[in-house]
Write a protein of this length. Structure first.
Lengths: 298, 356, 362
């Protein structure tokens, strides 16, 4: 949160102050959630016959921020898709609220659990308001139209993600960063208790990366929303995670608080990278400083 | 750039998905080519040996190397089977190659060589020749068919090119379909009002290899040759275009020029084929899928293999049509879809792509 | 509103309220604008449709005045005018309307769910299946009238069922459906070609007429049949409209929002096939309507939505307008069927649309 003062450099977009976000998040429809449990038991995930995730057991801490990291191709996005029942397990199962997620009604699941894929697809010509409003789908019946409650949830999602000025714009006209925030807004409009996000900070500049992560943290703190996300940036992962999950070659390599999990050995084995791990000067969380091939003499 | 473009489709396939080194791909392609050439030889022999009239294989051979004037068997082989086999080879080659080009340039797996409106344009022109000018010989149709095909392609490509973003694959496909509908409407009006024209046109329209004089083939051969050269040269362009216009530009490909080149090749090949045998588009639809299933996403290999698979399918259809309906025969254009559709459905069913 | 950081911290709740207010008003404006555009497009199309209906009823061997047509439509009018409107011109007009609506909606469903602008019932074999069955029934079985329509219906539905069987492998994948459909379309075209070349040329011409699509054969029983079929199908379409809209976001996102994408796709395609089959059975495969209606409607509305109602209206205007042209603009003795005109009007219009496109095709 202390970083908010460094963000004046970006003059083109307006950033919300921490207090504004807090006020908005606290005012969101519904009170503090009862945390919902999400867990994977012996989960195998495969594309056709190629197994990508091998028997992962993972208990997502309810009401906390979990970040999954790992090298490219280690199966972290696949694991997230498995948790969000986008992929059917090739073995094992995922439990949501103590029951097998595959046996629950999709609509009921969608009210508890939202997922933002890495490269979502927007129909051509759709406006921001329309797109974000589609996040309300699981809350609407076949015959019930878009109501006042839906409109309010959409307005709050726009305000929270700094996209309230974009409501009438077409999604394809937006910059990459704006588009990414619109997608996050759509998930906020869905208002699930658990949010799964696959690299929600792609395409964002550093200030907006921090904005999105701050926003998710704020939702987590004020409303008890459980957040599970895949991140590439280890420094941000270590700083924002309550619970850090390191994947390696389709298996769960280590899991726990970032300070205990992330050390030079872990980075070497999971990423194949020589690195030093030093305390983050701002938060004290572990900060991975890579030792590149050309800089070893130090 | 010459080295980067061809290697990219494999890379685009996703890390770890296709770790096979290029050498294995080459071996696979070589094996496929050998098999297809063997199949081609086999169907050529079958096309010479089998027909409505039973001719002894030894007699077929003698007819080819040492013909006896006045021998009925020899005259059937030399005057009917040899020409239709040659025409089947050339037309199949043109249809197969142009189908691969068409799917590549529109990036749409449901494109066939007729999609540019080439078949509809040729059909309309032939019908005008029949109904308006009273022409009723196959060699008389040829130039009308060719002209119709060329005009169609120019109109379609031109209309797709002038608007926003130039001739994007979606626009090419839509404009081609629109042109086909328009031309078909005009064709229908003529057919509904001129019964004599319908009577001739319906036989031309189903597509057949029989009764096509060889001199037509000779006149069209240069067009097919140039078209084929262009087609084989287009593989690299299509590989670049397959990655999307932006990436293709980034790889140094002049997108508009590359596309125009491919379209030119399609017109030459498909225009020749439709002039020779009538509008048989299905060969060009199914053959590239077969080729892709065997050799993967490299368009240089797909175009080559499609060009060789085209005549195999067309001749198989022709031979089947001759054998099943003895003593009559069923036109190759009718048999092709019946033989090819199950192949296509099979390929589609086993394809692994999950996305819609 | 630019430098938030210069504002004192106590202003935060105010800022939050201001943002919320901005978001709310932005939503309202956007909603109104989309609604206005959609309703303008819809009303213009509806006005054109009504004008065409009245024109179609006025023109003919026994011309009626505008006043007379309006009188009959509002329940009055003299006996002769009523006879002309209700018995002579009514069936053909209503059939054109129903066929246009069915094909327009069917095309919109196909194109949105298969995410391929070439995917329409004319191309994936449904029309060809119906045609092959009808041509065979006509030329080999000598069937006419409702029996002919029933054969066409059976042929189209058989192709649809076959495509389901082939394309279903733990869910309905769109590309499998489309490609298999094209294969089937060609196979059916072969059957048609075979029958046409093996029959008497006069009969072949009759078959060709049927395959072009025509509403001239309309009578009230046929219209009632098609009307009641649509009365069942169209409400079902309205029911799947919202899930389908979510499906446009892609399978992953749709699943995340609580849909079963395969199921929605299967239901939507089933409805699209049923609509196309019903229309084709009644009037033959009227060329190009299903293919053009949706792209044109979407371009007019331009909000990335399904545009089902505008598609239906565009289909209606196209078929009805084409029939008016066929009956009254072209020489009467030509007896040009409506399908010729839809292709001859729709085709160039779509080409023109593409050539003058200033933004991405919607």
């Amino acid at each position: 949160m202390t970083l908010t003062t460094d963000k004046t450099a970006d003059a083109t977009t307006e950033h919300a102050s921490a207090e504004t976000i807090h006020a908005l998040a606290a005012g969101l429809e519904g009170e503090r959630h009862e945390p919902v449990r999400l867990a994977a038991h012996g989960l195998h995930l495969a594309y056709d016959k190629r197994t990508v995730v091998h028997g992962v057991d993972l208990e997502v801490p309810p009401g906390a921020v979990t970040v999954i990291v790992g090298a490219n191709g280690c199966g972290k996005s696949t694991l997230l898709r498995g948790l969000g029942r986008i992929l059917k397990p090739a073995g094992g199962h995922v439990e949501l609220d103590g029951r097998d997620i595959a046996r629950q009604r999709p609509r009921d699941v969608a009210r508890l659990l939202g997922l933002l894929p890495q490269q979502p697809l927007a129909p051509e010509g759709i406006t921001v308001a329309d797109l974000v409003a589609r996040g309300r789908h699981p809350h609407q019946g076949a015959f019930r139209r878009h109501g006042a409650g839906d409109a309010e949830a959409v307005a709050q999602a726009l305000a929270l993600t700094d996209t309230h000025e974009l409501a009438g714009r077409r999604v394809e006209e937006l910059s990459g960063g704006q588009r990414q925030r619109v997608w996050v807004a759509m998930m906020l409009a869905q208002d699930p208790r658990i949010m799964l996000l696959d690299e929600p900070t792609t395409y964002l500049d550093i200030a907006h990366q921090v904005d999105v992560l701050d926003l998710l943290t704020e939702l987590n703190r004020t409303r008890g929303t459980t957040v599970v996300m895949v991140l590439h940036e280890l420094a941000l992962a270590a700083r924002y995670a309550d619970h850090l999950v390191v994947m390696h070659e389709g298996r769960l390599f280590r899991a726990g608080p970032p300070a205990e999990v992330l050390d030079a050995d872990c980075v070497r084995e999971a990423f194949g990278l020589e690195a030093r791990v030093v305390p983050d000067p701002v938060t004290g969380s572990p900060l991975v400083v890579p030792v590149g091939r050309h800089q070893r003499r130090a | 750039m010459a080295t980067t473009a061809p290697s990219t489709p494999a890379a685009a396939h996703g890390a770890g998905d296709r770790p096979a080194p290029a050498r294995a791909d080459h071996r696979r392609l070589a094996l496929a080519l050998v098999l297809v050439v063997l199949a081609l030889v086999a169907v050529t022999v079958a096309s010479l040996a089998w027909g409505a009239r039973q001719v002894d294989p030894g007699e077929v051979w003698r007819a080819l190397v040492d013909p006896v004037a006045g021998n009925n068997d020899h005259s059937v082989v030399r005057n009917e089977r040899v020409p239709r086999t040659l025409i089947g080879l050339v037309a199949g080659l043109a249809l197969g190659a142009s189908g691969a080009l068409m799917q590549g340039v529109t990036r749409n797996p449901i494109a066939d060589p007729g999609l540019l409106g080439v078949n509809a344009g040729a059909s309309l022109a032939v019908l005008v020749a029949i109904a308006g000018l009273g022409i009723s010989t196959t060699s008389g149709y040829v130039w009308f068919a060719f002209l119709g095909a060329a005009v169609a392609a120019v109109v379609v490509y031109g209309a797709a090119q002038v608007g926003w973003e130039g001739a994007t694959p979606v626009k090419l496909a839509l404009v081609g379909a629109a042109f086909t509908a328009t031309a078909t409407s005009v064709t229908t009006v003529i057919l509904l009002t001129d019964r004599r024209a319908l009577n001739e046109y319906r036989f031309w329209q189903v597509g057949s290899l029989s009764n096509r004089p060889l001199d037509v083939l000779v006149t069209l051969l240069p067009f097919v040759g140039v078209g084929l050269l262009l087609a084989l040269a287009s593989g690299r362009v299509l590989n670049a275009l397959a990655l999307g216009d932006d990436v293709a530009r980034g790889l140094g490909q002049d997108v508009a020029r590359g596309r125009a080149l491919v379209v030119l090749a399609v017109v030459l090949l498909c225009g020749s084929a439709v002039s020779l045998v009538g509008p048989i588009a299905f060969v060009g639809l199914v053959v590239p899928h077969l080729a892709r299933a065997v050799v993967g996403p490299d368009y240089r290999a797909i175009v080559l293999l499609s060009a060789l698979l085209g005549p195999v399918l067309l001749l198989v259809a022709d031979v089947v049509g001759r054998v099943v309906a003895r003593p009559g025969e069923i036109e190759a254009g009718l048999v092709v879809a019946v033989v090819g559709a199950p192949v296509l459905v099979y390929l589609v069913r086993r394809s692994r792509t999950v996305a819609a | 509103m630019t430098a938030v950081d210069t504002a004192p911290p106590t202003a935060a709740p105010d800022d939050a309220a201001a943002r919320l207010a901005a978001a709310r008003s932005g939503l309202r404006v956007d909603r109104r604008r989309r609604r206005v555009r959609t309703s303008v497009v819809t009303s213009v199309l509806a006005v054109v449709a009504v004008a065409l209906v009245v024109t179609a009823l006025m023109l003919g061997d026994f011309p009626l005045a505008f006043r007379q047509v309006v009188d009959v439509l509002t329940g009055g009018g003299d006996d002769i005018a009523r006879l002309v409107v209700v018995e002579f011109r009514g069936p053909r007009l209503v059939l054109a309307v129903l066929v246009g609506v069915a094909l327009g909606v069917s095309g919109a469903l196909f194109q949105s769910v298969l995410a391929n602008p070439l995917a329409s019932p004319d191309i994936i074999g449904v029309s060809q299946g119906a045609s092959a069955a009808a041509v065979a029934a006509l030329l080999l079985g000598g069937l006419t009238g409702l029996a002919l329509s029933a054969s066409a219906l059976a042929g189209g539905l058989a192709v649809g069922l076959f495509l389901y069987a082939v394309a279903w492998r733990g869910g309905l994948a769109g590309h499998r459906f489309v490609l298999s459909g094209i294969g089937v379309a060609y196979a059916c075209a072969s059957v048609i070609g075979y029958v046409l070349t093996r029959s008497d040329v006069q009969e072949a011409q009759a078959a060709l007429l049927w395959m072009t699509g025509s509403v001239a054969q309309a009578d009230w029983p046929l219209v009632r049949l098609l009307g009641s079929t649509l009365a069942v199908l169209l409400p079902l379409v309205a029911l799947v409209a919202r899930p389908l809209q979510v499906l446009l976001l892609g399978d992953q996102q749709a699943r995340a929002l609580g849909l079963r994408p395969e199921l929605v796709r299967a239901v939507v395609l089933g409805l699209g096939i049923a609509l196309a089959c019903a229309a084709t059975a009644a009037a033959g495969p009227v060329a190009f309507v299903a293919f053009t209606a949706a792209p044109v409607a979407r371009r007019l509305v331009g909000d990335g939505g399904l545009a089902l109602v505008p598609s239906a209206l565009v289909g209606l205007v196209l078929v009805l307008g084409a029939d008016v042209v066929a009956q009254h603009v072209l020489p009467a003795d030509m007896g040009v069927p409506v399908g010729v005109v839809t292709g001859a009007i729709g085709g160039p219009y779509l080409i023109w649309l593409m050539a003058t496109l200033r933004a991405r095709p919607a």
